[in-house]
Design a binder for this molecule. Sequence first.
Ligand SMILES: [Fe+2]
Length: 369
Amino acid sequence: MFNPFMLVPCLICLYDVLSMIIPLRIPAWAKLLLSLLIVSGIAKMLLLRMTPAGFDVYELPRNLALILSAMFSFMIAAAIMLIVKDILFIVCKIFMRSNFPAHYASLTVLIIAALTTVYGVYQGTKVPDVVTHEVKIKGLGKNFDGLKIAMLVDIHVGSVNRRDFVQEVVKKTNALNPDLILIPGDFVDGQVISKRNDLEPLTQLRSKFGVLAVTGNHEYYYDLNGWLKTLSGFGIRFLENEHVTISSGDSQLVIAGVPDPTGGNHNTPKALENSPVNVPVILMDHQPRFASENSKLGIALQISGHTHGGQFPVISQLVQRFNRGFVRGWYDVDGMKLYVSPGTSQWDGFPMRVADPSEITLFVLRSAK
Ligand SMILES: [Fe+2]
């Protein structure tokens, strides 16, 4: 069945062909070939939306999936650049009444978009670097001064991110010698039977206080219960509107977690019920958009992902608008600290990152008055 959601990428594809390929002064067969390459950019999306049950696009061979996803990324990058080109065209033709070098302008966009895609897909698929932040927490007990918390989010195992990627992320995370590991959602796209092995290196994560997690929206697109059972079997504890209190001597710290609202069961007040008084709270909430509501509950720090930092100029601004102004980095939300990670990776349909590197985040907590 055709999904109306597919109209947008189809229109973008058409725009690319009309604005970038048609004006080129090249033979017709070359235009046809380039057009087909651009159309291949929506092939994976069409397979995802239109194929019957039983076929899973996330089980495509990795290299084929990567090429198709790279072509989709190229299609999007080119469209953004073509908008700039066409604005210049209108300015030249209508306001300045001068000639516009349509062939050279389209060729320039084609080359820059292709180079940007190669660079962006490399950035999007490489194992991320570690980014460290010292975080001052009011009321933090002296025994937790210097506590190291590693954060992984938006790992998005699928057709592109496979076992090797997860293994390297685990290796880098363990090398930080974290006291606690938090994973606020979006582990995987795909079925348990085909993706379990790719995520299995998560069993090797090591930290003094364990690995805690919440669901992201993508956990609900496949077998939620199957994944919760599998990942719990890997030693990951999911917090579903609940909290745990970790202790060291007389110092305490509350770690709370809420499931993604996609499941209709997102309830931060419930997660904090019966939590000890005057003990700082760190909240895992996959999406940052509830930060304002959460800030009224006395939470010291909220950590989120979901936005992937926007991944590409212009798209970042759109993502920010759809997430109540939150896209990447630190925010002060009515006195509550909010950190929005750009993600350990991103959804593999669009694996391109420009000016928005992925990361493994390390928080080092510090006591503050
Ligand atoms: Fe995500």
